[in-house]
Design a protein around this ligand. Structure first.
Ligand SMILES: *[C@@H]1O[C@H](CO)[C@@H](O)[C@H](O)[C@H]1NC(C)=O
Ligand SMILES: *[C@@H]1O[C@H](CO)[C@@H](O)[C@H](O)[C@H]1NC(C)=O
Ligand SMILES: *[C@@H]1O[C@H](CO)[C@@H](O)[C@H](O)[C@H]1NC(C)=O
Ligand SMILES: *[C@@H]1O[C@H](CO)[C@@H](O)[C@H](O)[C@H]1NC(C)=O
Ligand SMILES: *[C@@H]1O[C@H](CO)[C@@H](O)[C@H](O)[C@H]1NC(C)=O
Ligand SMILES: *[C@@H]1O[C@H](CO)[C@@H](O)[C@H](O)[C@H]1NC(C)=O
Length: 210
């Protein structure tokens, strides 16, 4: 009887573990309750983001949730030089700028950033004269692990390789444009698209290697 209970308990525990592994994507609230804020009076970030990042495990398909306002920006980059320089370079295809387009100060924002690339990812806020927010510690790096891989919602199919050239009367049938989440401005869409292409290419390469 006792053994049976133990066996059932073990099976139950395994089931629970399997279930949480199957849906094991996590949302990480950046800075915990401190959020992603900078105090422009004291010139300090609201918490130590490196310490916060060191307390978490990041996997593909997880999101970073930045609870912030329009006084800060969220820059994501795979380029360490960009991170160390605290400067977002628009022409850098490994850098993504998430902003609200808001021109007002102190407007509350929540910025979700999906983690779609394995390895080092860097984040900072480039606001202020000489990127003072970044240089005063509003910056952190994380290492993203493979985990369960990208969920289908973040693993978009590639664009078709060839599109039928439009005929004389197809003007009304131009394909719908899907704008990806959160890029700023028109330039970012292209960079974002490059990224999806890279993600898909990587996935295809992995399949071919199997
Ligand atoms: C994580 O955040 C994303 C983006 O805001 C959202 O779509 C998803 O439902 C969240 N997942 C969980 C488990 O809260
Ligand atoms: C910034 O810090 C000062 C001094 O500690 C404090 O009085 C003020 O409320 C803080 N501002 C914000 C927006 O948290
Ligand atoms: C933040 O924490 C890290 C350790 O996680 C430490 O090395 C660093 O000096 C801290 N930064 C500040 C400004 O206290
Ligand atoms: C570094 O940042 C400065 C401005 O803070 C900028 O003028 C310079 O072009 C940046 N260098 C690189 C390599 O991005
Ligand atoms: C980014 O640009 C560099 C050259 O500037 C190129 O070698 C690289 O393949 C590009 N990466 C992506 C993901 O498009
Ligand atoms: C946002 O920035 C403006 C202008 O620097 C400042 O007056 C305001 O207190 C800031 N708000 C917060 C919440 O830090």
């Amino acid at each position: 009887m006792v053994q049976h209970t133990a066996v059932y308990f073990t099976a139950f525990t395994l089931l629970i573990t399997a279930a949480s592994a199957a849906t094991g994507y996590h949302n990480h609230t950046v800075g915990g309750t401190a959020g992603w804020f900078f105090n422009s009076t004291t010139n300090t970030p609201s918490t130590n983001y490196s310490s916060w990042a060191a307390s978490q495990t990041f996997n593909l398909g997880d999101y970073l949730i930045f609870n912030t306002n329009s006084n800060e920006t969220v820059i994501q980059t795979y380029n360490k030089a960009t991170y160390l320089n605290c400067t977002a370079d628009d022409s850098d295809n490994g850098t993504f700028i998430y902003d609200s387009g808001s021109s007002r100060f102190s407007e509350a924002l929540t910025v979700p950033v999906p983690l779609t690339t394995v390895g080092l990812n860097y984040f900072f806020s480039d606001t202020g004269v000489d990127s003072v927010q970044c240089s005063r510690g509003m910056a952190f790096e994380i290492t993203v692990q493979r985990g369960l891989g990208l969920p289908p919602s973040l693993n978009q199919p590639p664009p078709p390789p060839y599109a039928e050239p439009p005929g004389p009367d197809t003007e009304a049938q131009s394909p719908p444009v899907t704008v990806a989440q959160a890029p700023n401005g028109g330039g970012a869409f292209g960079r974002r698209a490059d990224k999806w292409l890279a993600v898909y290419g990587f996935a295809a390469a992995m399949l071919m290697l199997r």
